[in-house]
Design a protein around this ligand. Structure first.
Ligand SMILES: [Zn+2]
Length: 221
């Protein structure tokens, strides 16, 4: 099977757009190394690329993606832990100033947990992985009469909060946040509307709501 044509076409577009405009930046970054100020923990979902949502330039975002954008609690057990390694590099080597946990609507991982979906395989990596949000589900409480989609939204957002709490179990993260050198943020992306919301201490509040409303009022299609 050949290399996907879609990717070759995309690379051609990259050459005449982004690379043309940012060639100097790429060269500079190749010599100076990266020094992003922001780490983003996000879902693998193909609709929720942080670089696209935040219109990021090369070198600006250090991104760790996994199913549902989770961070397991600090567990120094010698196992090969991808998220912990990414976090360690971001915090201790790159010394990022912010960690953004980006949840999103219609998250398949969260839905699988909520539906108690049957394992995809006997290995069931996803089932074990999504068990991480059990404390978030407990915090949300039973669904009761709540419409399922509303329940999913609550669970998706509670999962972001759980991941923020898990981040604080890492000694370096806790120390740096207590010293004011690192800030943790929760965010949530509405896939259907493109609306970004950020946790303000009480709720997920829409960002740039006026501009978002103007864009939706004048769709290009
Ligand atoms: Zn997802």
């Amino acid at each position: 099977m050949p290399f996907p044509q879609q990717l070759i076409d995309g690379y051609r577009a990259f050459l005449v757009s982004r690379l043309r405009h940012e060639q100097d930046r790429y060269q500079e970054l190749s010599q100076s190394g990266q020094s992003p100020q922001v780490m983003v923990v996000a879902c693998c979902d193909s609709r929720c690329s942080p670089e696209v949502i935040f219109d990021a330039r090369p070198g600006e975002l250090f991104v760790a993606r996994n199913i549902s954008g989770l961070v397991p609690p600090y567990t120094p057990d010698g196992a090969q832990r991808a998220v912990s390694a990414s976090l360690e590099f971001a915090v201790e080597a790159l010394k990022v100033k912010h960690i953004v946990v980006l949840g999103h609507a219609q998250c398949g991982g969260i839905r699988a947990f909520a539906e108690e979906a049957a394992p995809l395989s006997p290995g069931d990596f996803i089932g074990h992985w999504m068990a991480l949000i059990a404390p978030a589900a407990k915090a949300v409480g039973p669904r009761g009469d709540m419409p399922f989609d509303d329940y999913l939204t609550k669970l998706e957002q509670a999962s972001v909060m759980q991941t923020l709490a898990n981040l604080m179990t890492f000694p370096s993260v806790r120390l740096l946040t207590e010293r004011g050198k690192l800030a943790l943020h929760g965010a949530y992306f509405g896939v259907a509307t493109g609306q970004l919301s950020v946790w303000d201490g009480k709720q997920f509040a829409p960002v740039a709501a006026d501009e978002h409303a103007r864009v939706l009022a004048n769709p290009r299609f």
